[in-house]
Ligand binder design. Structure first.
Ligand SMILES: *Cc1c(COP(=O)(O)O)cnc(C)c1O
Length: 375
């Protein structure tokens, strides 16, 4: 099976992880700060807080923005469930903004229309689907006008740029969150990282990541001795291990190379698929995608998908609209609520796209796909 995505691990990665195993620290040592430095360098953000997943990073970002019961979080239906679930973790109400039918990203028009008819949410999570950046200039303009805080779900986007600025610099948001799951652009096995320009937000995310516990005299009510710490807010154990961070530091050195490879493969798909009856993925002129996914749209998706899978092509579908998941349907969401996300979903297939995909692999994907589309 040719997978739709997978990691690339080389000897340098193996050496980096092995070195940690015989060092003094398996957790809470120097590797996590080094990884955070690497993310700061890549994004230009002054602060980075690594966590054990992007989901955890989204959760601590919501907590740092004081999202709680009585508040509302809006995201898009065309995302992984985690972008919405973090609102529920905080006891907030979750609602959705439909996508643009051409870009598959949050529609600024739909956001504007929804804001005209509803009280604004406390937190908005636009999702940089497939590695392409949402229309952040317009979205942040609307958010500012309504006092909304923005967390970019940049899980697909480490290494991407938007209007010549790296995604994660947070020029148009409060926080950006990256995922380092093995199918994403670079990996720490499991892992995530939040970036921000706001030192206070970074400090709060750091507390929520680790039990809400601190030894910082400025944050504590008193001092009882060298052993003393205080829990000053609610927190979880969302820490990244040293092994993961060391892998991440090593992987981050290959980020430009991985993204260039993805662009080469994307350009080749664009050529090879030009004559087939399908819609190739939108490429935004506003920046350079990290190209996490290559989602095509076809008629008769179920049959085409099954044909590809039966012939060893590990295609996938991104995403089943979150509002149609049973847990969200039970809250009252239903088919027809977000028609652009639903229509896109009904035709979408993500083709294999990762730096290890050979030209022979790619030719096979295209051949099997062409056969499926002809029958
Ligand atoms: C992968 C992903 C997440 C969750 O990332 P984890 O690191 O697996 O927690 C969240 N949002 C989107 C859009 C993703 O693709």
């Amino acid at each position: 099976m040719i997978p739709y995505g997978r990691q690339i691990i080389d000897q340098a990665d193996i050496d980096a992880v092995t070195e940690v195993l015989t060092s003094d620290f398996l957790t809470q040592g120097p590797a996590v700060p080094r990884f955070e430095e690497a993310v700061k360098t890549a994004t230009g953000a002054p602060h980075a807080v690594a966590a054990n997943s992007a989901t955890s990073a989204l959760h601590i970002a919501c907590m740092a923005l004081d999202l709680g019961p009585g508040d509302t979080l809006w995201t898009v239906p065309n995302t992984f469930v985690a972008s919405a679930n973090v609102g529920l973790y905080c006891g907030a109400t979750v609602d959705f903004v439909d996508i643009d039918p051409d870009t598959y990203l949050m529609s600024a028009d739909a956001l504007e229309a929804k804001l005209a008819k509803n009280p604004p949410p406390k937190v908005l999570i636009p999702v940089h689907f497939a590695g392409q950046t949402c229309d952040m200039e317009r979205i942040s303009g609307l958010a500012k006008a309504h006092g909304i805080r923005i967390i970019e779900d940049a899980s697909h986007s480490i290494g991407a740029t938007y209007k010549d600025t790296p995604v994660g610099a947070c020029q148009f948001s409060d926080v950006a969150v990256f995922s380092f799951h093995p199918v994403k652009i670079v990996t720490t096995a499991e892992g995530g990282c939040a970036t921000t320009q706001d030192a206070a937000l970074a400090r709060r995310m750091g507390l929520h990541r680790s039990h809400g516990v601190t030894r910082d005299p400025d944050l504590m009510t008193r001092q009882e001795g060298g052993w003393y710490y205080e829990q000053v807010t609610m927190g979880y154990n969302y820490r990244m291990t040293e092994l993961q961070a060391a892998l991440g530091v090593s992987q981050m050195q290959k980020l430009p190379e991985f993204i260039n490879a993805r662009h080469r493969i994307r350009a080749r798909y664009d050529d090879l698929l030009a004559e087939l009856p399908l819609v190739r993925p939108y490429q935004s002129p506003d920046g350079r995608s990290a190209l996490h996914l290559y989602p095509i749209q076809v008629e008769d998706r179920a049959r085409v998908f099954a044909h590809l899978r039966e012939n060893g092509i590990g295609v996938n579908v991104h995403y089943i609209p979150v509002h149609l998941q049973p847990i969200y349907a039970a809250m009252g969401f239903k088919r027809g609520d977000f028609p652009n996300a639903e229509r896109y979903y009904s035709r979408a297939i993500s083709l294999p796209l990762h730096p290890g995909l050979t030209e022979a692999d790619q030719d096979r994907v295209v051949k099997v796909l062409a056969m499926a589309l002809q029958t």
